[in-house]
Design a protein around this ligand. Structure first.
Ligand SMILES: *Cc1c(COP(=O)(O)O)cnc(C)c1O
Length: 432
């Protein structure tokens, strides 16, 4: 679909008037600086606080105050069952079956737990393929797993690099590398959306290529969760992990989610690190010594549910449910498409020596984030934006990430960001 976007504020306001999701903005707290609401385009790093989070948290605090330990089993919303109440919406957002998902722990912890089960080097087959420039935590996690098994990341970690002069990876190159390494590959583990470039990988094709050489495919969906449409079950992904504090708005250090494909649901003998919360729920409190894992993703749980962070996450999921994830995706494409259009106007005006886009132009290959390279005085541009009440984020050496989020950002905000950036770029240019 080709849209004839226009670069005027009245046009942006018209789009807001037509936006059926516009009222959701008021369901979030927007930070205020210098007495004014900031233009918050940083949901890729930490999503804003939904107003219902406090209500949900207070409900659990009250329960704890009034019931103490009885809160685990009493009432119509006992803590014992808490993680189950998030399965339905989670499954919808991730294109999974309820049995395939569970909310638990934090992201990097879950990545390790998944690799315990799905990185099982044997003989020649011991390599992990990741994208070069993966999020540092993922890099550390895979390297330490390789070392844990007594191997050397220098040999057994393959990092996919873009072609000379390009910023993003081509699907054919990713698949080419998997095929070339063939039966030496144990695991393909990519970020679903690369945190730096905003590139959304073709997760289905990559999983298929991994399986064809006999490897597992697992994804870190930190930047994809709540951002892009996913079909983890149909794409035959073996496992996935994500955090909930970015686009899922569940608070700093909030809880995390895990997907394990149904085909592994009954593999009770799969190697795993076990804990009592993964044990057969019917018998959990009999305190047996024989571990009998729950079927599906639940069997990977270790500890009792972290009800307080989960209460915030559940409140956030309710907003997703109310808005409808497909509606959000539809708005997101229009909103980010608008940002993309406006950024291209700046490129036309000031040239690529002043500003470049490294995020793919194809809407199927990105979510809501657009990464800009500001080759000269990038940090100054970032600081100037910040001083103008715009919150985006800065990545060394020269990247500004901008993420309009369909739940709480408007077309007008995107326009205002553009007009401020335009002025900042102009000022810097004339100062030279
Ligand atoms: C945000 C992010 C993390 C952060 O990990 P935590 O365990 O939640 O601190 C890890 N990996 C990726 C790809 C991320 O985007």
């Amino acid at each position: 679909m080709r849209i004839n976007y226009q670069d005027t504020i009245t046009y942006a306001q018209e789009l807001d008037q037509q936006d059926k999701l516009a009222s959701f903005k008021r369901e979030f707290h927007h930070p205020v600086k210098k007495g004014k609401e900031v233009i918050y385009l940083c949901g890729n790093s930490l999503g804003l606080q939904p107003k219902n989070a406090r209500v949900a948290l207070e409900k659990e605090l009250k329960k704890w105050a009034e019931k103490g330990v009885d809160g685990h089993f009493e009432g119509n919303d006992p803590w014992f069952k808490y993680h189950h109440t998030m399965k339905k919406t989670t499954a919808e957002i991730f294109g999974a079956k309820p049995l395939e998902v569970v909310i638990m722990n934090n992201l990097t912890v879950n990545l390790h737990l998944m690799m315990v089960s799905f990185y099982r080097p044997k003989g020649q087959r011991r390599k992990i393929i990741i994208e070069s420039g993966a999020f540092p935590s993922d890099q550390y996690a895979v390297e330490s797993q390789i070392k844990f098994h007594g191997f050397d990341p220098e040999q057994d970690l393959i990092e996919l690099k873009p072609r000379e002069g390009e910023y993003t990876l081509r699907t054919e190159d990713i698949i080419g590398e998997i095929e070339e390494e063939g039966d030496k590959v144990a695991l393909v583990m990519l970020g679903g959306i690369n945190y730096y470039t905003g590139q959304f990988f073709d997760l289905e094709k990559i999983a298929k290529a991994a399986h064809q050489v006999g490897a597992f495919a697992g994804y870190d969906l930190a930047h994809a969760a709540g951002n892009v449409p996913l079909q983890l079950h149909d794409w035959d992904v073996d496992f996935a992990v994500w955090c909930t504090y970015k686009y899922m708005n569940s608070g700093p250090g909030g809880t995390s989610g895990v997907f394990v494909h149904e085909k592994h649901a009954n593999e009770k003998d799969i190697p795993r690190f076990a804990g009592w919360w993964g044990h057969n729920e019917e018998e959990r409190f009999l305190m047996n010594s024989n571990f009998d894992p729950m079927i599906g993703a639940d069997g990977w749980q270790l500890s009792c549910s972290q009800v307080l962070p989960m209460a915030v996450h559940r409140a956030s999921l309710e907003i997703f449910e109310k808005a409808g994830f497909n509606n959000l995706v539809e708005k997101s494409r229009l909103l980010t498409g608008y940002l993309f259009y406006l950024m291209n106007l700046l490129i036309d005006k000031y040239g690529t020596e002043a500003i470049k886009i490294i995020t793919p132009s194809n809407p199927d290959e990105r979510g809501c984030q657009i990464s800009l390279i500001i080759p000269k005085d990038g940090k100054k541009v970032f600081d100037a934006l910040y001083n103008n009440n715009v919150v985006v984020d800065w990545r060394e050496p020269d990247v500004i990430r901008v993420a309009p989020v369909p739940l709480y950002n408007t077309f007008e905000e995107v326009y205002i960001f553009y007009s401020i950036l335009e002025k900042v770029l102009k000022d810097i240019r004339f100062k030279q």
